[in-house]
Write a protein that binds this ligand. Structure first.
Ligand code: WQD
Length: 340
C-alpha cells in the first residue's frame, strides 16, 4: 500500500493514525522531534500492532534536515502532517513559536518534495470557523478571522496548501478540519499525554477522576445553550485516525485531484455538562466539579456537518460518547499504573 511519512507520529492523533495505517497495510515512517511527545510511544505502537515503524527524530523547521529526509526516505508515497504546536492559550503569549513550529515545517516539507506526485493529508481544525453564524458548519461556511495565533496558523497553512496545489506541484492535498478529538485506543496502550495541567476538557476530567486534580471547573453555565454550558462536536481519536486512511485512499483513487477540505466530527454536539454526566455514567466514577467563569476566547457552540466526508471519503464516525469516555478513563488508569 505504500510508505507514508507521519510527522508528529508519536503524538496523540499521530500515534493512533500510525496504528490504523499499519492495520490498513501501509508502512508508516514516523518523524517527531519529541518536543511534546514521549519516545516510549514507539514501544506502545509496537505492542499494539506487532510492527515497529522506522523513526526519525527531526525538527522539521530545519530546512537542511528535511532535505536529508528526502534522501533517507526516497520512496514515500504520502505525507500525513500532524507535527505542530497546539496549545491555544500559549499561542497568544508566544505567537512566534507558533508561526515557526506550525508554518516552517509545512513549507519545508512542500519544498523538499515539490514536483513529486505525493498525497498529502493536513491536520486542520474547526477553529477556522470561529463562532459560525449557522449550525452545523459545512465546509462552505466562511472562515472567520482567527481568535488566536494557533488558529491563524491553521488558516495560513490551508492557504499555503491550496496555493501550492494550484501552482502545478503534483501534490494532491486533503485538509481535515477536526472537531474535538478525545478518547484513546481500546487497548489503553496509547492516548493523550498532556504535559503539565491539561488545557482540554476530557484529559482534565480523567485526571480529576484519578485524583491528580482536585476538581473540574465548568467554564461558564450562562451561555445561550439548553443547559448553559458550551457545546462541541467530540470525536473519538480512533475514528479520527481512520479518516486519514480514508483521505489517502481517496487520493490514491482516480476520483480526486487538487486540494479539498473535509469536516471530521460526529455531526452531533454535546455540552460540557453532558460530557461530565456521560463520563460518570460510562465509568461509574463520580466527578467533583464546580461551575466557574467563562474562559476567554471560547466559542459558545460548534458542531460539524459531516455529510461531505460521508459521501466523498466514505467515512463516518462509529464510536459514541460512551466509548470516548470509557477509553479515555482506561488510558488514565493504565498511565497511573504504568507511568510513561
Ligand atoms: C472544550 C469545552 C471549554 C476545560 C481547543 C482548540 C481546538 C482544538 C482542541 C487542538 C469548552 C470546556 C474545558 C475545562 C471546561 N485544538 N472546558 N473546563 O477549546 O473546544 O478546542 O482544543 O489541538 O482547535 O480550540 O477544547 O477541550 O479546551 O474545551 O469547561 O477544564 O470544555 O470551555 O467549552 P476547545 P477544550
Amino acid at each position: 500500500m505504500g510508505k507514508i511519512l507521519v510527522t508528529g507520529g508519536l503524538g496523540f492523533i499521530g500515534s493512533h493514525t500510525v496504528v490504523e495505517l499499519i492495520n490498513a497495510g501501509y508502512e508508516p515512517v514516523i518523524v517527531d522531534d519529541l518536543s511534546n511527545s514521549n519516545p516510549q510511544i514507539l514501544d506502545q505502537i509496537e505492542k499494539i500492532s506487532g510492527v515497529r515503524p522506522a523513526f526519525h527524530q527531526i525538527d522539521l523547521s530545519e530546512e537542511n534536515l528535511v532535505r536529508k529526509l528526502t534522501v533517507a526516505e526516497p520512496d514515500i508515497e504520502g505525507i500525513i502532517h500532524f507535527a505542530a504546536s497546539k496549545a491555544v492559550g500559549e499561542s497568544v503569549k508566544l505567537p512566534l513559536k507558533y508561526y515557526r513550529n506550525n508554518i516552517y515545517p509545512l513549507v519545508n516539507l512542500l519544498e523538499a518534495w515539490y514536483g513529486t506526485p505525493l498525497n498529502f493529508v493536513f491536520s486542520s481544525s474547526c477553529t477556522v470557523y470561529g463562532q459560525p453564524d449557522e449550525l452545523p458548519v459545512t465546509e462552505k461556511s466562511p472562515v472567520k478571522p482567527a481568535a488566536s495565533p494557533y488558529g491563524n496558523t491553521k488558516q495560513i497553512a490551508e492557504e499555503i496548501l491550496r496555493d501550492t496545489v494550484a501552482s502545478g506541484s503534483n501534490y494532491k492535498v486533503i485538509a481535515l478540519r477536526y472537531f474535538n478529538p478525545v478518547g484513546a485506543h481500546e487497548t489503553a496502550l496509547i492516548g493523550e499525554l498532556p504535559i503539565g495541567v491539561p488545557q482540554n476538557l476530557v484529559p482534565y476530567i480523567t485526571q480529576a477522576a484519578i485524583g491528580k486534580r482536585e476538581k473540574v471547573t465548568v467554564f461558564g453555565d450562562d451561555y445561550n445553550t439548553p443547559d448553559g454550558s458550551c457545546i462541541r462536536d467530540y470525536i473519538h481519536v480512533v475514528d479520527l485516525a481512520k479518516a486519514h486512511i480514508a483521505a489517502l485512499k481517496l487520493m490514491q483513487s482516480n476520483n480526486f485531484s487538487g486540494y479539498d477540505v473535509f469536516n471530521i466530527g460526529t455531526g452531533k454536539g454535546n455540552s460540557v455538562l453532558e460530557i461530565i454526566a456521560a463520563f460518570e455514567k460510562s465509568t461509574g466514577v463520580k466527578l467533583n466539579y464546580e461551575i466557574g467563569p467563562r474562559r476567554e476566547g471560547d466559542v459558545e457552540q460548534v458542531w460539524g456537518d459531516v455529510t461531505k466526508a460521508a459521501s466523498q471519503l466514505q467515512w463516518k464516525a462509529e464510536l459514541g460518547i460512551d466509548e470516548m469516555m470509557s477509553s479515555a478513563w482506561n488510558w488514565e488508569k493504565y498511565l497511573s499504573e504504568n507511568p510513561l
